[in-house]
Design a protein around this ligand. Sequence first.
Ligand SMILES: Nc1ncnc2c1ncn2[C@@H]1O[C@H](COP(=O)(O)OP(=O)(O)OP(=O)(O)O)[C@@H](O)[C@H]1O
Ligand SMILES: [Mg+2]
Length: 271
Amino acid sequence: MINLRIPASPAADDTVAAGQNVKFAARDVNVHYGNKHAIRGIDIDILENEVVAFIGPSGCGKSTFLRCLNRMNDTLDGCKVSGDIRLDGEDIYSPSVDVVHLRARVGMVFQKPNPFPKSIYDNVAYGPRIHGLCASQDELDATVERSLRGAGLWNEVKDRLADPGNGLSGGQQQRLCIARAIAVEPEVILMDEPCSALDPIATGLVEQLIDELRRRYTIVIVTHNMQQAARVSQKTAFFHLGDLAEFGETEAIFTNPRDERTQGYITGRYG
Ligand SMILES: Nc1ncnc2c1ncn2[C@@H]1O[C@H](COP(=O)(O)OP(=O)(O)OP(=O)(O)O)[C@@H](O)[C@H]1O
Ligand SMILES: [Mg+2]
């Protein structure tokens, strides 16, 4: 891995701790949907093995910016992304980048659990198969088991791996989607409101999992639940009307926000 440090922009200056690698460095990122300027001049550094929460009122651009990080916006007609986004120092929008490979490095978990209409086993084996990551059936079996264990689901499904993935409970399906994401050994996992369709118990399991996954992956999570942001993240980015209004240590954002828009949001004055 390239250990490259991009000079931090003023907005991100105080967010770079000594000794931690910058995983994602975004500079002056703008997104337009046709004439709509959805996000404006975003500068942010996301450090390796850190959980970063994106919070802010509905429509402020959280999902839009998240999708910039693995070029999921490329799939949307009329969506134009500009600016500079580097993953380990490498421009992810360079024409030489293989987008399929990028999305294997930067996996995604969506709001609504979306297992493929396949067995539990095949859901997890899908990525390793298409990327040719396993040389033998034994290796694939081991990868499926490791991923399901990593997602905290193995004990619940080990005796029914051939059953359909969409026959699991909502919380189990979301952990299956996390297992599917980690099966290809990504470096970063993007999660867009991964718990919004889950009950408190399933949410607790996913949150616990996020804390464990942080040891191996960098995680960016969009959430509307501020307690969740406070529980799972080390840094929090507050978006407002397409701007990154404030970014810093989660504790500071929630106890001593510098921006009055952040203050208004976290104290429930709007949003
Ligand atoms: N595919 C799209 N086409 C056109 N406009 C879009 C599209 N996706 C998002 N937008 C617009 O871009 C802005 C940012 O939307 P985005 O979905 O990123 O917000 P969000 O912060 O994720 O909101 P929420 O919390 O409701 O999920 C909004 O004004 C939205 O209407
Ligand atoms: Mg969203």
